[in-house]
Design a protein around this ligand. Sequence first.
Ligand code: UD1
Ligand code: BG6
Length: 675
Amino acid sequence: MCGIFAYLNYNVARERRYIMEVLFNGLRRLEYRGYDSSGIAIDNDLSSAAGEGERPYASALPLVFRQEGKIESLVRSVYSEVDAMGLDLEKSFMVHAGIAHTRWATHGVPSPRNSHPQSSGSWDEFLVVHNGIITNYEVLKETLIRHGFTFESDTDTEVIPKLAKFVFDQARGGDQSVTFSQVVIEVIRQLEGAYALIFKSSHYPNELIACRRGSTLILGVKGLTDEKSYAASFGDVKTLTADGQPKELFFSSDLCAIVEHTKNYLAIEDNEVVHLKDGSVSVLKFDYSKEKPASVQRALSVLEMEVEQIKKGNYDHFMQKEIHEQPHSLTTTMRGRLRDKSVVLGGLKDHLKTIRHSRRIIFVGCGTSYNAALAARPFLEELSGIPVTMELASDLLDRKGPIYREDTAVFVSQSGETADTLLALEYALSNGALCVGITNTVGSTLARKTHCGVHINAGCEIGVASTKAYTSQIVVITIMALAIGADSISTQSRRESIINSLSDLPDKVREVLRLDNEMKDLAESLMQMQSLLVFGRGYNYATALEGALKVKEVALTHSEGMLAGEMKHGPLALVDETLPIIVIATRDACFSQQQSVIQQLHARKGRLIVMCSSGDAASVCSGGSCRLIEVPLVADCLQPVINIIPLQLLAYHLTVLRGYDVDQPRNLAKSVTTQ
Ligand code: UD1
Ligand code: BG6
């Protein structure tokens, strides 16, 4: 979904080409979120600005570039326009504020005029990049049109820079001097909906303002004299005053775009207005009920992320890298959380008593995150003895399903920014439930708005199709079940055996990853298929759903995950000699039922691919021909972690063989921040 990036260099000489490349690179880091157009704004030179005589202000005009399609097409068009204008790319700026954006169309088709930055009108006096949706934009637009503004785009965003100009002109008309933050605060007073915004204005050259409500925005701070001692010298944004020290400041909707520049960051909170001016950072907290915003002091955090995480390394695609990274990501997920015979979840320990006394545990999520919770649900039911129900976030919201104070609602989201999940969280909070988050993203809205939770620590996931986050989510929920059930003596030996299996899990994952070539082979044999069915049950019903989802998402092939127990109630009608069917039949309490499913499919000459535990080949495929995927056996509740991996590999290879975009599949976004 939409992405924001901004770069301000202060008291350090940076050439125009360098500034542009920092902005382009920021956009490339946001690419994985999904987008359909992009844009940047930088400064022109005062001397070379056309039509100078008519300009209503003295400073340099901004230059705005917007383009539909891939970022590389924006890059090409910017360089060719800059060349045509005769703009000096080597010109150096001691201070300069640039902004950039990737757009995922919601209001208006992908096109340059609907891309961001959106503008206040001729002269681009105010420019805005925006993530989120302004829900009252129609009424604001009507008002602004009545005041003589003309609109060029179909976006909701365009009202924001126009409103800024309106506010600025009104104040100026009354001969008042008005600061940039006063203008912005007056604008956001009028806005309803969700947003992360960056403002740039030629009336306030070399300044930037960022603010947010319900949409993530991060400030990155890089001291240039001596990064280490500089970092140590300020723990606090309040000390980031105008000290004249050279520095570089970044805004982004995503930590991934900041990590290569600095690890010192601030997660901006709702209703905060962050103003960069003369090398200082000021944070104002805005309150609707009060006339004046209050100045607040915020501490910088240090990012625990390595630059390697956002690079492909020796892999061809991020999805491939992330699949193969799972032994490592699972290790970091479990790090510090497994003891000899017990588990520790720092984020939940103070809430376990409340969870144990809940009347019900409700899992809420979307897509892969929902599937991960579904995979771990049987074990949580077994260890907690509490009814565990599943909710797709959008469906919970559509139904306004009942949630009570006695419930524990667990929200699962890799990004922590999925709009449906966050709205469901608001709903559960307002009904008084204990709200627990399970997310991969420190500082995300989910992490901040839940009462407590667990970070899955899987590392940055860039491929749109979630892989390593899925297996880490299952493991975290399994550890959560162990923590909730820790007060029961009757399940102690079961718990200890699962803790042992968790310790062995990364090695077993390494083993199953050796099926890579076999899965490539299988993908070649399935290349022409029109459709695929995946049957699972028990612990592996979720594996069937998730395996089918992976194939659907990236290989753009129809595929359905089905509960094997429902086979005779409809799906059996589809079985013939051509339709490929994957049956998951690894060893667990449902094994004999799955054997019977295989027999029934054989009897109808189904085209079978059976996933079984190592050594079970002969017994599972006795009644007919089938292709086998043999996987290592682990504890029943952890088997979904192993079983999904061959299906992730299959989806990956099918996609590559078919020549589709692996990391950014058609029409999909990594982070679905709108409903
Ligand atoms: C924490 C530290 C980790 C450190 C460890 C040492 C963070 C982010 N984690 O990990 O760096 O090594 O202590 O003991 O600083 N939370 C929510 N909602 C969510 C997710 C988390 O409210 O969706 C809260 C938790 O309740 C907790 C905090 O965020 O208060 C950190 O959670 P988590 O990282 O899972 O805690 P630890 O594993 O203890
Ligand atoms: C989108 C992604 O649909 O959101 C999926 O394309 C993902 O991969 C789903 O599973 C939920 O995202 P999150 O961040 O809430 O886990």
